[in-house]
Design a protein around this ligand. Structure first.
Ligand SMILES: [Zn+2]
Length: 162
């Protein structure tokens, strides 16, 4: 929302179910905001800047040597994780960046996949959560998230280890 706030409808809480479920939704929305998807701009670069900022923040208090190691690993990780290509659709982009941010924040990335399984189940119910009108859950989305878990895990491990 304008001013940088992220708002939840309480209706989503039944499907979010756990703190990690809420985190998965929140980081997905943060990823959209960082990537400026609200303005409908293809700006994977902005998202990368946001991620750069967060990674930069996380190394602030480390020694110079450790900072170099982390940042080098991060830049290699970027090339592997595909944050850069402009061809990705917004949702796939937000799913991947959100998954990385969530994992760096200390949550189990597999919880994101489990959230989207619950979303899919909820979409078959009488009152599907509002978010599903703009975020249809699909097997393709879940598989994409699952495939990106190792990248998110290694990125978080690198930051935690150093
Ligand atoms: Zn989205």
């Amino acid at each position: 929302m304008p001013g940088g706030k992220i708002v939840f409808y309480t209706g989503i809480l039944a499907t979010a179910k756990t703190e990690a479920g809420i985190a998965a939704i929140m980081w997905h929305e943060v990823a959209h905001a960082l990537a400026d998807h609200g303005a409908q701009r293809m700006s994977a670069n902005r998202a990368k800047l946001g991620l750069d900022y967060l990674v930069g923040k996380s190394v602030e208090n480390k020694t110079e040597d450790k900072q170099k190691k982390i940042l080098m690993a991060y830049s290699i990780g970027n090339q592997v994780s595909g944050v850069l290509p402009f061809s990705k659709k917004h949702e796939t982009e937000a799913d991947r960046i959100g998954l990385e941010l969530m994992t760096i924040a200390g949550y189990e990335p597999k919880e994101a996949a489990e959230l989207w399984w619950r979303m899919q189940a909820a979409s078959e119910g009488k009152t599907p959560p509002e978010i599903l009108s703009t975020h249809p859950s699909s097997l393709r989305r879940i598989r994409n998230i699952e495939a990106h878990i190792p990248v998110a895990d290694s990125l978080a491990a690198i930051i935690q280890k150093n």
